[in-house]
Design a protein around this ligand. Sequence first.
Ligand code: PLP
Length: 249
Amino acid sequence: MPEKALKTLEENLARVRERIRAAARAAGRVPDDIHLLAASKGAPPAAVRQAADAGQRLFGESYLQEALGKRAALHGMEGLEWHFIGPVQRNKTRDIAAHFHWLHSLDRAVIAERLAQQRGALPPLNVLIQVNISREPSKSGLRADDMMPLADRIIQLPSLCLRGLMALPAPDPRRSAAEFAAMYALFHALQNRYPGQKIDTLSMGMSDDLEAAIMAGATLIRVGTAIFGPRAHPRSATDARPAGEKDVQ
Ligand SMILES: *Cc1c(COP(=O)(O)O)cnc(C)c1O
């Protein structure tokens, strides 16, 4: 990468961290309770390396083939934590189970069961249930009413560790505030149902709305463009079925 782009990336990361600190202060929260996930889809391995050198540890990928290629290119970089945040088709579960530490987009029992079976001897896969809180038909995630039955199933699977919930609220700030609040209520209900479990993660908030998410109780925000710049081939964060990734049974 050109020198200038790398410098900008460091500055971007510093700015995002400052936004997190300011939003946490405004919300009366401890900044360290809010984790930053760098959504690195579309970013080249060199950009991931640069972010890691600047102290970024959590990375999120949305497309499996891109993610696996990037992991191979970064072979030998220790200590990074990889989160899969894109829609999951059945034929992707084996690679997700083998190569990721977290999955944010679990929304079907059949996917949970396959992942649990395929995880093998690795430490449990941390999972979040994705709730389609804005009820947009184009989005992945289940309806709020279906969250608890899926949680009850995941809890029975020893190779999965249920850590909380994820959502992509509507981009419209007039709607998203209520949706963030609804997610917090669901998260709280999940914690109350399983007090003995480490249900500690509410994944919501992106480049444009991280302050509102932190105000509403997010514990992990997923930030792409504010760190890596605009994506070369912008694909919506909400594509239910990325081109070329079909659900093979
Ligand atoms: C790309 C992506 C993000 C980051 O979005 P930005 O607007 O670029 O910050 C967050 N979450 C998911 C699921 C994504 O796919």
